[in-house]
Write a protein that binds this ligand. Structure first.
Ligand SMILES: Nc1ncnc2c1ncn2[C@@H]1O[C@H](COP(=O)(O)OP(=O)(O)OP(=O)(O)O)[C@@H](O)[C@H]1O
Ligand SMILES: [Mg+2]
Length: 282
């Protein structure tokens, strides 16, 4: 059994005529870092909600197929219980913040779990440290920058000690520095063994962190492949309006011109290595 299993998932929002998800099957194994990419309306957020039980438990509509996490049905297992396995940071993280200070924001769900106060204090300190917000802990979320709010949402999700973290465009509203902070955090969580699902428009960033990439469009999964294989399909991605890293595009163009490139570069470092070798051979 895989950590996450979706089988023949179809979903139509209540009142909608089009299916938001069309016959999606996919599995995710422990420790994987899976990037999800695709144009607006592709169904990326909808997929995240199915995986975490928000659909159909909170957002309603017509759901077909099966969805499990650690063997538990995400239709039937209460979302509060699933949130101890899956931390979800939503696209609109700001809307997720409800409390009057950061500490309460993070501690409230832990209090609902009836954890002992010492345990809550321990987790609070740990996650605030992790997202670098220890000094802001008593501030109202209103006064935080976009990046800080995003990190509060990440901290609140992590305080539940989930094995899986889903980041739905957690960096789209951030400046480059804020985005980098969230990416670095995601990477260090992966190194700690967490399973990460990251919906991200910036494919250059995904190329740096993801093991595997799922490409969606109009409710379908069009491609599900290791990152390097996925990014080698330059024409396919460009037709969807997804532009692979420039270093991959350059390598692809050189390959089309007849140069032999066996190992598609996906980061600047890899590109430098390959192009330097060319120079040496020239
Ligand atoms: N609450 C809702 N009610 C009705 N239809 C919805 C709702 N949320 C999304 N949809 C529709 O479902 C489809 C998939 O939307 P979804 O938000 O999952 O796409 P997405 O890939 O996350 O897009 P984006 O990149 O813009 O976040 C779209 O056609 C969208 O209009
Ligand atoms: Mg979305």
């Amino acid at each position: 059994m895989s950590l996450i299993e979706l089988k023949n998932i179809e979903f139509t929002y209540r009142g909608a005529t089009n299916q938001a998800l069309k016959d999606i099957s996919l599995t995710i194994e422990p420790g994987e870092f899976v990037g999800i990419i695709g144009p607006t309306g592709a169904g990326k957020s909808t997929l995240c909600w199915v995986i975490s039980g928000v659909i159909p438990q909170i957002i309603q509509g017509k759901l077909a197929g099966t969805s499990t996490v650690k063997g538990l049905s995400t239709r039937k297992t209460p979302v509060a219980e699933i949130s101890q396995i899956i931390g979800l940071v939503q696209q609109d993280a700001e809307a997720q913040l409800l409390m009057t200070d950061i500490e309460k924001e993070i501690a409230f769900p832990l209090e609902n779990l009836r954890l002992p106060p010492e345990e809550i204090a321990k987790r609070l300190n740990y996650v605030l440290d992790l997202v670098n917000l220890g000094s802001e802990r008593l501030r109202h979320p209103f006064y935080l920058s976009g990046g800080q709010k995003q990190r509060v949402a990440v901290a609140a999700a992590l305080a539940m000690e989930p094995e899986i973290l889903i980041l739905d465009e957690a960096t789209s509203e951030l400046d480059p520095i804020g985005a980098e902070e969230v990416h670095n955090l995601a990477r260090s969580l992966k190194n700690q063994g967490k399973t990460i699902i990251m919906v991200e428009h910036n494919i250059d960033e995904l190329a740096k962190v993801a093991d595997r990439i799922v490409v969606m469009d109009q409710g379908n999964v069009l491609m599900d492949a290791p990152i390097r294989d996925a990014l080698s399909n330059v024409d396919f991605l460009q037709n969807l309006g997804i532009y692979p890293p420039q270093v991959s595009q350059t390598a692809y163009a050189l390959k089309k011109m007849g140069m032999s490139i066996d190992h598609m570069p996906i980061t600047i470092e890899e590109g430098l290595k390959i192009f330097t070798e060319f120079k040496q051979h020239a």
